[in-house]
Design a protein around this ligand. Structure first.
Ligand code: ADP
Length: 857
């Protein structure tokens, strides 16, 4: 077999070590791909596949992308779930003997991107790793773009562990061969769009202590240490550089937070809407009034992990409450927060060595805001905020360094220079002086030669081939002095000359240009390196700002939608007066009907909710869960009053979440989700079961529903909302002392059903299914015939149809005040009044009008 050329041999040996990545092989101004890589990449990137001679008899498939525009192609491959190994020339081709030495300088994987345009500002970009030691698992979630690293040890089954991993919404999961080939893991990652990376090369000895000074404090078990070691090895082997910004280790116990599995998170639309999997329409989007990207990311982290500690929740509430009380100051604070750029990612890029001059300028501008933010926080009346103000470290040294070294508004790239500020570097200043003097000298020369020769149109020009020249038109050639002018180029109607003086000056200028660019680069690198030493301080500051920002967002949303501070208790009571579903209410502000909820462990552990489809049952159930979650992330809640006994876990079985792709029928999924709730829930949990048993035949379904309710009531003890269209089940109220019936009230008007969206005590009398079908536009003959059959059924089998219960008066919720029409009107006006849109004086006048209205009635 013919041998390949030395360069192709070099390619093959590098490719051999990077088999799972597309190898971008630098050749001059291009990155080239060869063989199978070229065939695959040309299809994905839609670029031409060519071939080149490689020494063997057959030509080698090849495709390439220009070095300058490579990032767009890399982005496309990585976004499609591939890895890209960047292989550079690591010696000067002019000095190379034989083939230029090349090395892979970094492997970009879906979970390790640092490039700004490949990241979403408001979202973390996590790489996760799963490590196993016996029956224990360790998980690590690293965001390289921010320098955060979360670690946790779990003693659970693989599906539960994967569920925990899913909360990070990672792009990539790194596992050893044995796990990578596990079909359960494979299927779950495929479903969630997580790329699985197999990585077994973990023998390399590395010192974790050097990288993470607090490693033994955080990783106090061998599983945690093993996990960190494993993920860190992967990062080193792919990034191939020191990761100075990766310092923030955080260990957490999943059980220290409210547990929300993937099903609950999805059903409750916490971070993505069910409709299109996008952020819009989710609770996260609704709450996200943050002013900075860091805040937005932290909000999601908080929403992923609602607290179980009353003390921590109250700490957050105290700050939110202060912010709300001093709204004008809050608004001023917002203005300054908005001017803080993404400190966290800027600091990470500085330390990664990829921060541009523009990045440094943004870092400076952000740091300049800190003293004012401190001042604003200090002007609030609460001590908590004063302490927060004191804890902000403005990193003055970093700010001053950038201000003295980098010009205002620098160019994004350094390639044309002009980045380092005058006065910062003596030699650079001198060189710049030579450049500008030289240019002045040349301008003078033009003037001088015009006079000397009498050629008014004589001009000095510059091009890259000849450098500086004197240009004289043909008609003036006879005036050119005999001595000193050397002809260099002839054009159609002019000739170009040089002189010895001109060339000497040119050398000076060009040398100065080249050297000053070099110096600017060196200086920028020094500045970056100096700031790198402060990366931990910058990260701490970023985390504090993020926290302030999230609490500021809570306050803003609470002001806008009139949320109240919930009372947090460790009891079993969950008691909400006039609660609303935050997201649905925001979409239909005027028409949303508020509802009460009262759950406890004595007499109201299980609520059986009946009522027709579309009456508002699942909205009500979700609303209860969302209020609990909002309360436990420290936010205020959409209600007039709320008392929340801490909830340790929420289970949901809501709506038809068909999982046919996985070969599960709707009913199977329904039963699996219910089973999980029955097995795992504690008396402190909240279970939402919506229409359980619908997926099978009536008697089957009803029997199951019946048995499940009994089991929850007798054995599980969790607070449970159970919605059903089997009104037969309402009779359980008389058998189970901790179960109460409520129903979504509807009335009939002119033979049509009207949904009031009010949840009232008692069971529903009928399903109104036919009415709903009528609303949906089913043909009249079908509707009429159905009514006829129903009447017949009701007459012939009365025992099958629940007996309508006399509706109890609303007095059960005795804390509900009677509201007069004028009060209602005033409440409406008050709600609609946007405080942030009016001056304090306007608001005062508005208040006065309302008061007069009340008095006059
Ligand atoms: P069900 O679960 O009883 O079939 P849903 O909870 O899905 O009903 O509610 C149906 C629709 O009714 C929702 O899409 C929403 O627009 C509206 N709705 C529900 N609850 C309320 C409410 N409290 N106030 C106003 N509209 C509501």
């Amino acid at each position: 077999m013919a041998r390949y050329t030395p360069m192709i041999e070099q390619y093959l040996s590098i490719k051999n070590k990077n088999q799972d990545a597309f190898l971008f092989f630098r050749l001059g101004d291009f990155y080239e791909l060869f063989f199978e890589d070229a065939e695959k990449a040309s299809k994905i990137l839609e670029i031409t596949l060519t071939a080149r001679d490689g020494g063997a008899s057959e030509k080698i498939p090849m495709c390439g992308v220009p070095f300058h525009s490579a990032s767009a192609y890399i982005e496309k491959l990585v976004a499609a779930g591939h890895k890209v190994a960047i292989c550079e020339q690591v010696e000067n081709p002019k000095q190379a003997k034989g083939v230029v030495r090349r090395e892979v300088i970094r492997v970009i994987t879906p979970g390790t991107v640092m490039e700004e345009n490949m990241l979403l500002a408001t979202e973390n970009h996590f790489l996760t790793a799963l490590y196993q030691e016996g029956s224990s698992y360790g998980i690590a979630a690293v965001d390289l773009s921010t320098g955060e690293c979360f670690l946790s040890e779990l003693h659970q089954t693989l599906p539960a562990v994967l569920d925990e991993i899913a909360t990070f919404e990672p792009k990539e999961l790194v596992v050893v061969h044995e796990l990578a080939t596990n079909s359960l893991l494979h299927d779950e990652c495929k479903r969630l769009g997580i790329v699985v990376s197999e990585f077994d090369d973990i023998d390399t000895v590395s010192s974790l202590e050097e990288q993470f000074p607090n490693v033994h404090e955080v990783c106090n078990t061998s599983v945690l240490l093993g996990t960190l070691h494993y993920v860190y090895q992967y990062l080193l082997q792919t990034q191939k550089r020191s990761l100075g910004h990766l310092k923030r280790l955080r260990r957490y116990h999943a059980h220290s937070y409210m547990l929300l599995d993937e099903v609950a998170r999805r059903n409750l639309e916490l971070t993505r809407s069910l409709q299109n999997e996008k952020r819009t329409g989710s609770l996260l989007a609704h709450l996200d009034h943050t002013a900075t990207a860091m805040g937005s990311r932290m909000l999601k982290q908080w929403l992923d992990k609602p607290l179980l500690s009353k003390k921590e929740i109250m700490h957050r509430q105290n700050i939110v409450s202060q912010f709300i009380d001093e709204m004008i100051l809050l608004e001023e604070l917002t203005d300054h927060l908005k001017r803080v750029y993404d400190l966290e990612r800027l600091a990470a890029r500085v330390s990664f060595g990829s921060a541009s001059p523009r990045d440094l300028y943004q870092l400076r501008k952000s740091l300049e805001e800190i003293p004012t933010i401190k001042e604003k926080l200090a002007s609030f009346s609460s001590d908590v905020l004063h302490r927060l103000a004191d804890s902000l470290d403005p990193c003055q040294g970093v700010q001053a360094l950038i201000a003295s070294a980098i010009v205002d508004d620098p160019p994004i790239s350094l390639k044309d220079g002009g980045v380092i500020r005058e006065g910062y570097h003596e030699e650079l200043d001198k060189l710049r002086h030579i450049q500008s003097n030289g240019k002045g000298w040349i301008a003078k020369l033009e003037e001088q030669e015009r006079k000397r020769t009498g050629i008014k149109s004589l001009k000095v020009g510059y091009n890259r081939i000849f450098g500086y020249y004197l240009e004289i038109t043909k008609s003036n050639l006879h005036l050119v002095p005999e001595e000193g002018y050397i002809r260099k180029q002839t054009l159609a109607n002019a000739e170009r000359f040089i002189t010895a003086d001109l060339k000497e000056q040119e050398q000076l200028i060009l040398h100065a240009n080249e050297r000053s660019l070099e110096l600017e680069m060196e200086t920028l690198k020094q500045v970056r390196d100096t700031i790198s030493n402060e990366v931990v301080r910058l990260q701490n500051l970023a985390a504090k700002i993020a926290e302030i920002d999230v609490l500021h967002a809570y306050a803003t949303v609470s002001i806008r939608y009139q949320y109240t501070r919930p009372i947090i208790t460790e009891s079993d009571r969950f008691y909400v007066q006039k609660g609303r579903h935050p997201v649905v209410e925001a979409a239909q502000y005027e028409t949303y009907v508020a509802n009460d909820i009262h759950l406890d462990s004595d007499t109201r552990q299980v609520l059986m909710i009946t009522g027709p489809n579309m009456a508002g049952k699942s909205t009500y159930m979700r609303q209860v869960a969302l209020i609990a979650i909002m309360a436990q992330i420290g936010c205020f809640v959409p209600a007039e009053k709320a008392e929340v006994g801490l909830i340790d876990r929420i289970f949901t079985r809501i709506g038809a979440s068909d999982d046919l792709a996985q070969g599960h029928s709707t009913f199977m999924v329904e039963m699996m989700e219910t089973c999980e709730a029955l097995q795992e829930a504690t008396p402190k949990s909240l279970i939402l079961l919506d229409e359980v048993g619908r997926g099978t035949s009536t008697y089957d379904g009803m029997a199951l529903a019946h048995a499940i309710v009994e089991y929850v009531h007798e054995e599980v003890g969790a607070k449970t909302l159970f919605s059903t269209h089997y009104h037969e089940l309402t009779k359980l109220e008389s058998e189970l002392p901790k179960l109460k019936n409520v129903h979504a009230k509807c009335v009939e008007k002119d033979g049509k059903v009207v949904f009031l969206h009010r949840i009232v005590p008692g069971g529903a009398d009928r399903s109104y299914g036919i009415h709903v079908a009528e609303l949906a536009g089913l043909p009249a003959p079908v509707i009429d015939r159905a009514k006829e059959i129903l009447t017949h059924l009701e007459e012939s089998n009365t025992s099958e149809v629940a007996v309508a219960k006399e509706e109890e008066p609303l007095t059960l919720f005795s804390f509900l005040p009677e509201v007069s029409p004028i009060e209602e009107e005033i409440t409406k006006e008050l709600r609609a009044w946007d405080l942030l849109e009016h001056t304090p004086m306007e608001s005062l006048q508005f208040l006065q009008t309302l008061q007069q209205k009340l008095k006059s009635k």
